[in-house]
Ligand binder design. Structure first.
Ligand code: DX5
Ligand code: ZN
Length: 220
């Protein structure tokens, strides 16, 4: 049994971009965040969307924006995304020489810094950054595409980071991204996650709000 509620951050990557505001309206009352997968075609072999998309949504929802930067050079984008209304800005540990400075840059702009860890990066590499961030994003798929399967090594990686958060008394969120369904959401929650990022599971459902509610029950 958890002592904090399990939160859900639907990834709009899986939404219908032709009617994005209507898609968001369907989950607006039950989601806890909106997850934005920003891909540059370089750090990951795919392109998604950028600042104009955030701006076109910002006025239509009060949900916090959880921006996931899958880009080679996050430093160029932190300020523009902050100005576009991002609340959490998460960069990949592997894309900066000095992740602590990157996190501090986000903090100075008044935003919540987050750091994401690639499935092939040893989990202890993120430990020194924990005191400087409000969110750790564990990738449970290889970044770049929605609709992939939850990786088998994800639960042990989530557990290792949860233990370090608890050991150091950190209140940072532990978010898990990729291949989340009711089954894997429960596994991630049991391993210590407190946020589930889910794209296809939410937006492929004919009732996305109900899909969000079912994910929240994974923490019960
Ligand atoms: C993958 C992205 C994920 C993705 C999740 O690179 O970071 O946020 O949208 O999609 P699903 O839930 O379909 O695996
Ligand atoms: Zn993501």
């Amino acid at each position: 049994m958890r002592n904090t509620p399990l939160l859900v951050s639907p990834s709009i990557l899986a939404a219908d971009f032709g009617c994005l505001n209507q898609e968001i309206a369907r989950i607006n009352d039950c989601a806890d965040f909106l997850h934005f997968d920003v891909m540059d075609g370089h750090y990951v072999p795919n392109l998604s969307f950028g600042i104009p998309v955030l701006q076109s949504i910002r006025g239509n929802t009060k949900l916090p924006f959880d921006v996931h930067l899958m880009v080679t050079n996050p430093h160029d984008l932190i300020q523009p995304f902050s100005e576009a209304g991002a609340d959490f800005i998460t960069f990949h540990l592997e894309t900066t020489d000095n992740p602590i400075e990157t996190a501090q840059m986000i903090r100075r702009l008044g935003r919540h810094p987050g750091v994401s860890i690639h499935p092939d990066t040893p989990t202890d590499r993120v430990f020194s950054v924990i005191p400087y961030v409000d969110l750790i994003l564990v990738m449970s798929v290889y970044p770049g595409f929605g609709g992939q399967s939850f990786l088998q090594n994800a639960p042990e990686r989530i557990r290792a980071i949860r233990e370090e958060l608890d050991r150091t008394g950190s209140g940072a969120h532990l978010s898990v991204d990729g291949g989340i369904s009711e089954k894997t959401g429960r596994i991630a929650s049991d391993a210590g996650a407190d946020i589930l990022v889910a794209g296809s599971f939410v937006f492929a459902d004919e009732n996305p709000a109900d899909a969000v509610r079912r994910l929240k029950e994974c923490g019960a």
